[in-house]
Write a protein that binds this ligand. Structure first.
Ligand code: IMP
Ligand code: MG
Length: 191
């Protein structure tokens, strides 16, 4: 897509629809392979809201038995919408019993890493058989929290990314690609 045709507030496309769908097929293939001997269906836990599109596409590419669950957490204060507060708060817990199960956390983006670290520790404490994560995007920065990525879609520059589930104050979530937000323009319009 020509950059002139992009919606207002969008600076440039980082990952196109085709790049995303090809990468998801590769990730699903790898996950299928790694969990082929699992005794029970693995539990995909999507971190709401940002991961819902990624999770729905990934789950439909998987051929291994799996079930879907969700968790919602919040780590960003209402005012500073592009800075992590470092403190993570649970908003909605999962529904499935995770005891002795293989859990795969499905997260949209890794920034400070605090969200993933928090969820990861919580699931380990629940007596799971294993806890792994698949993250669509990671920012090319030093993550403050101590997290190891098991499956990664893409590395992105340290910008605010929107689309394909990712939002800026609930906007731009349903763009079919991942794009860089024009943060200067958006801030100007907000003031
Ligand atoms: P972390 O705890 O700092 O790693 O932040 C993770 C959460 O913040 C993600 O799950 C997203 O919901 C949100 N987030 C961080 N960076 C971005 C971004 O560039 N675009 C949209 N959401 C983001
Ligand atoms: Mg998220």
């Amino acid at each position: 897509m020509n950059n002139n045709a992009l919606p207002r507030g969008i600076k440039r496309i980082l990952f196109s629809r085709d790049e995303i769908s090809n990468r998801i097929k590769e990730l699903a293939h790898q996950i299928d392979e790694d969990f082929k001997d699992a005794k029970e269906p693995i539990i995909l836990v999507g971190v709401l809201k940002g991961s819902f599109i990624f999770l729905s596409d990934l789950s439909r590419e998987l051929t291994i038995p799996h079930i879907i669950d969700f968790i919602a957490v919040s780590s960003y204060g209402k005012k500073k919408t592009t800075k992590s507060s470092g403190s993570v708060r649970m908003i909605m817990d999962t529904r499935e019993d995770q005891q002795n199960r293989d859990v795969l956390i499905v997260e949209d983006i890794l920034d400070s890493g605090y969200t993933l670290e928090y969820i990861n520790k919580m699931f380990i404490a629940r007596g799971t058989h294993s806890v792994k994560n698949v993250v669509l995007l990671t920012k090319e920065i030093k993550h403050e929290a101590d997290v190891k990525l098991d499956y990664l879609g893409f590395s992105s520059p340290d910008v605010w990314a929107v689309g394909y589930g990712l939002d800026y104050r609930e906007r731009f979530r349903t763009l079919p690609y991942i794009a860089e937000l024009d943060i200067d323009l958006i801030h100007k319009e907000e003031n």
